[in-house]
Design a protein around this ligand. Sequence first.
Ligand SMILES: [Fe+2]
Length: 134
Amino acid sequence: MAFVDWKPEYNVGHAEIDEQHKRLVGLINQLHDAMKAGGRHEDLMRIMNELVNYTRYHFTHEENLMRQAGYPDLASHQRAHRAMVEQVEKLKQEAGSSRAGFSIKLMGFLKNWLTDHILGSDMKYAPALKTSKM
Ligand SMILES: [Fe+2]
């Protein structure tokens, strides 16, 4: 069993977005596996970097879709994205300074960070993308 199992209720019903969310889940699982296997700090950091970079890419992509669909709550979703990027950047910096930064606590945070984002805020814009066939 993976650290984060993909569940059908995580699907927002937009193929591209669902694929990107699965990739984020995959990176969190990869980080968890590498930690469990006692991976080297630099290898953990490489995965963490990829997670942060892919998150930025994904958020920009979502924001573009929401803009094209004329989604009315784009501004607040963008604020939430920015706050999430800041949080994960901070964790990356903490983890960068010490191997101990890669902890159960970090993994728990990442798991909630992602599932709250998908289950909470992303479910709200999903109907708007469907209506506009983005
Ligand atoms: Fe998302």
